[in-house]
Design a protein around this ligand. Structure first.
Ligand SMILES: NC(=O)c1ccc[n+]([C@@H]2O[C@H](COP(=O)([O-])OP(=O)(O)OC[C@H]3O[C@@H](n4cnc5c(N)ncnc54)[C@H](OP(=O)(O)O)[C@@H]3O)[C@@H](O)[C@H]2O)c1
Length: 251
């Protein structure tokens, strides 16, 4: 399905691999100029860029730590110079998540997650809202997680930060609706990516057995929803959490 994103500029944070790589590929297929962001994996980012260009799309890679003020400011300036003002912001980047019991958790573990799912969205939104408000058009898409609805144990640093991200989504949606800027959150189910490389086969089997659809999702399931929410087709949808998880949750 073509969502007609021609002339739109999209930034997907953390798009050198995993779900983010699928998102930039899908947005580019729909005509957007895509900014591929990474922190360490230049080779991965380059590979994603090459694939987008080979398919006839427009892409460039940008190294930046999206949890740091200076990284975010430079990133936005560079994208602006190369492609123009950013219309579509997808807040996707993440570090590796560790499962920790309450006794093991430190405040630093909590803050690490908040840096990714609250601080980084705030820094980016502050950079990008000016042009979006002036153009009276913008899309902010948070990538949350079903972990918040499931209240997964020994994962409260991640679950709490993903809950906070949903809070940002709802408050920003109300604040920005008069400016024709929509803010939504996609909550993926478990979609194995590089960060799950150590996950035992038995965990995947158990997850699938309990899933109404009885099979794992793919990165493109999430990417398709990103492209839809970024488009005019979704112009009257804001402040929503959309679960893409094969029916694993009903909210
Ligand atoms: N996959 C799932 O099952 C699943 C389920 C629910 C929710 N989610 C959410 O979906 C999002 C993507 O997950 P994923 O599985 O695709 O993750 P992933 O495969 O681990 O990819 C993480 C991406 O973030 C980048 N990154 C890490 N730290 C960064 C920083 N400080 N600045 C800029 N980029 C940074 C990485 O860049 P480098 O390659 O350079 O390291 C990489 O591109 C996350 O928000 C995650 O919580 C995922």
């Amino acid at each position: 399905m073509n969502h007609h994103l021609t002339n739109k500029v999209a930034l997907v944070t953390g798009s050198s691999r995993g779900l983010g790589a699928a998102m930039v590929t899908k947005l580019a297929e729909n005509g957007a100029k895509v900014a591929i962001n990474y922190i360490n994996n230049e080779q991965g980012a380059q590979k994603v860029k090459n694939a987008v260009i080979a398919a006839g799309g427009q892409a460039e890679i940008f190294r930046a730590d999206v949890t740091q003020e200076s990284g975010v400011a430079n990133l936005c300036k560079e994208i602006n110079r190369v492609f123009g003002e950013i219309d579509i912001l997808v807040l996707n980047a993440t570090c590796h998540h560790r499962h920790l019991s309450i006794e093991e958790l430190t405040w630093a573990d909590m803050l690490e997650m908040m840096d990714y799912f609250v601080k980084s969205p705030l820094l980016l939104a502050k950079e990008l809202l000016g042009p979006m408000k002036r153009k009276k058009w913008g899309r902010i898409i948070h990538i949350g997680s079903e972990a918040f609805e499931l209240g997964m144990p020994e994962f409260s640093n991640y679950v709490a930060a993903k809950g906070a991200q949903l809070g940002l989504t709802r408050s920003w949606a109300s604040e920005l609706a008069p400016h024709n800027i929509t803010v939504n959150l996609i909550a993926p189910g478990w979609i194995p990516t590089e960060m799950h490389r150590d996950a035992p086969e038995s965990s995947i089997r158990e997850y699938v057995e309990n899933l109404p659809m009885k099979h794992m999702g793919e990165p493109y399931d999430i990417a398709a929803m990103v492209a839809f929410l970024a488009s005019e087709n979704a112009k009257f949808i804001t402040g929503q959490k959309i679960s893409v998880n094969g029916g694993n949750t009903f909210v």
